[in-house]
Write a protein that binds this ligand. Structure first.
Ligand code: SF4
Length: 115
C-alpha cells in the first residue's frame, strides 16, 4: 500500500485553523493525522474518497452537477428573500464567493454561528 503524505495541511474544523497538520492517505481515506487534535483527527479520518452518494440531487432524485447548478440558479433567481447560509468549514475564497452570490441575488447572508 502506497501512502500519500501531505505536509502543512490545514484543518478547518474549528476556528483555530491549524495549518501544520501532516496527513497520510492510502488513496481512499486518511489514515494518520500528525499534530491534529482529537477533533481534527476525527474530522480528517471521516472524510473519505469513497463515492457514497450521487453527485447531485434535484427534488430528491439523482442528477448531473450541471443540471443541479441550473436548478439551484433557478431557485435562487426566483426566491423572494434568498438566504445564503452556512459557510462553516470552507475557505476564505469560498466565503468571498458566497458574499458575491448574496449580493448578486439581492439576498442576505448568515453563518451557522448565529445559532
Ligand atoms: S486540529 Fe483541532 S484545534 Fe486545530 S483546527 Fe483542527 S479541530 Fe481545531
Amino acid at each position: 500500500m502506497t501512502l500519500t503524505i501531505v505536509k502543512n495541511a490545514t484543518c478547518t474544523f474549528c476556528g483555530c485553523v491549524c495549518d501544520d497538520i501532516e496527513l497520510h492517505a492510502d488513496g481512499v481515506r486518511i489514515v494518520e493525522t500528525k499534530r491534529a487534535c482529537s477533533l481534527g483527527e476525527s474530522w480528517f479520518k471521516n472524510h473519505t474518497a469513497e463515492h457514497l452518494y450521487p453527485d447531485a440531487l434535484i427534488d430528491g432524485h439523482p442528477a448531473t452537477v450541471d443540471d443541479a447548478v441550473e436548478a439551484a440558479a433557478d431557485y435562487l433567481l426566483n426566491a423572494d428573500m434568498p438566504l445564503v447560509y452556512g459557510m462553516s468549514n470552507i475557505t476564505c475564497e469560498a466565503q468571498r464567493e458566497a458574499v458575491s452570490l448574496a449580493e448578486l441575488i439581492g439576498g442576505v447572508i448568515d453563518s451557522h454561528t448565529s445559532l
